[in-house]
Write a protein that binds this ligand. Structure first.
Ligand code: SF4
Ligand code: SF4
Length: 407
């Protein structure tokens, strides 16, 4: 019988998988519940259809299987993982198994008591999200009044001695505030700042017209980041994740499908990428009835886009295919209707015009200034909106010419 507390070596796992490397990352999305209602939330828009959560024992089983498979890094995420009162138990188990653990949180519910308990349980690292450097925008974008609380939580995280990443999702509303966001991270003593430009899946795809920035906004923000890196790079490492809509080549999504990332959704569905739930025809295996090893090495969901054999033209004969692996499957589906197409961010894709149209529309004179937040018809992430979108069966077709679809 396998000793689950002792992970097999990478070499053993590699050999067992017939040359396929084991997962490096496990992302445990413990719950879709969240006190915030972010307009750019990456959770599926129909999350209310998948609200049954794994039990504590089932999650412990997932952690053991993933570690036995070879995973070494573990993110506890959601929704808001602090909504689960067994988080400390899971962190303790993860520590025993030898995972490096990261809590990905909005900070809501992270009391001094829980911080102390999580420290005692062995949590290694905390990633705290802000929506902006101003109370007004932070609270508008999350549809809550949480800015002051988040600031107090950041202070407590540092007082408990955790390394901290501050994360802020960027879009046309807050890109002009990048300098202030960096100042805030420096004042809070964050070791890292992740400035992640919005990826247009989930709720962000629904709200794309409101969130998409202009090229000028991005270039200005990037220049600000460069300036701060030169002057403050020693104190805080700043990551600036560029939105690929403005590129001519796609990103190497997830570092390859089924290559390093293994996500498990609150209901036990195993995800080759955060947004995979939105791909029609992709049956997601569930950890409740399928061993993780089988899911990783044999399931259709994890093998369908692994490697290069699945590619169609123009990727199949492209000399750049090993570099970007054809880009993002979910973006290919959302904008072309077929997940096996080249990511339309690529200017070799016959669907590239769909991306160009979105960028052009963001730059249109009427949309040039950052809009007044309260006047925009943003659809916030909440249960009522999720039920509406789930009932609609599909999200309205893209105005950009693509067929749209469930995000
Ligand atoms: S993006 Fe916002 S609403 Fe979505 S899970 Fe994170 S904190 Fe909650
Ligand atoms: S055609 Fe496909 S493989 Fe070639 S650069 Fe474009 S996305 Fe990458």
């Amino acid at each position: 019988m396998t000793d689950l507390s002792q992970p097999v070596t990478d070499a053993e796992a590699h050999a067992a998988g017939g040359g396929v490397a084991p997962p490096l990352w496990l992302l445990a999305e413990l719950t879709y519940r969240c006190p915030l209602h972010c307009a750019f939330c990456y959770n599926p828009v129909d999350y209310t259809d998948h609200s049954r959560e794994l039990s504590t024992e089932q999650w412990i089983g997932v952690l053991r299987e993933a570690r036995a498979l070879g995973a070494a890094q573990l993110g506890f995420s959601g929704g808001e993982p602090l909504m689960r009162d067994d988080l400390e138990v899971l962190v303790e188990e993860a520590r025993k198994l030898g995972f490096y653990t990261n809590l990905i949180t909005s900070g809501i519910g992270l009391t001094d008591k829980r911080l102390g308990d999580l420290k005692a349980a062995g949590l290694d690292h905390i990633q705290l999200s802000f929506q902006d450097s101003t109370q007004e925008l932070n609270d508008f974008l999350s549809s809550t009044r949480t800015f002051d609380l988040k600031q107090r939580v950041a202070t407590s995280i540092k007082r408990h001695g955790f390394p901290m990443v501050l994360n802020c999702v960027l879009h046309r509303y807050n890109l002009p505030h990048v300098d202030k966001i960096i100042d805030m991270a420096l004042a809070m003593g964050a070791e890292y700042l992740e400035l992640a430009n919005t990826q247009y899946y989930g709720w962000a795809h629904t709200n794309q017209a409101q969130l998409m920035p202009t090229r000028e906004q991005l270039e200005e923000a990037e220049a600000v980041v460069e300036r701060y890196r030169r002057t403050h790079g020693e104190r805080c490492k700043i990551f600036f994740v560029v939105p690929d809509y403005f590129e001519r080549r796609p990103k190497r999504c997830m570092n390859g499908w089924g290559a390093v990332f293994l996500g498990v959704a609150p209901d036990g569905a195993a995800l080759p990428c955060h947004a995979a739930r939105g791909l029609p025809g992709l049956v997601l295996p569930n950890v409740k009835d399928t061993p993780l090893r089988e899911i990783w090495y044999e399931s259709d969901a994890f093998t369908r886009f692994r490697g290069l054999d699945w590619m169609k033209e123009p990727c199949r004969s492209c000399d750049e295919k090993e570099h970007d692996l054809g880009g993002c499957r979910c973006q290919a589906y959302l904008l072309t209707g077929d997940a096996a197409n080249a990511d339309p961010v690529c200017d070799k894709s016959p669907f590239h015009e769909a991306v160009v149209k979105v960028v052009r529309r963001a730059a249109a004179p009427a949309a040039h200034e950052a809009p007044e937040p309260r006047e925009q018809p943003i659809l916030f992430r909440n249960d009522a909106n999720s039920r509406k979108l789930a009932a609609a069966a599909f999200v309205a077709p893209d105005e950009q010419g693509g067929p749209g679809g469930r995000a």
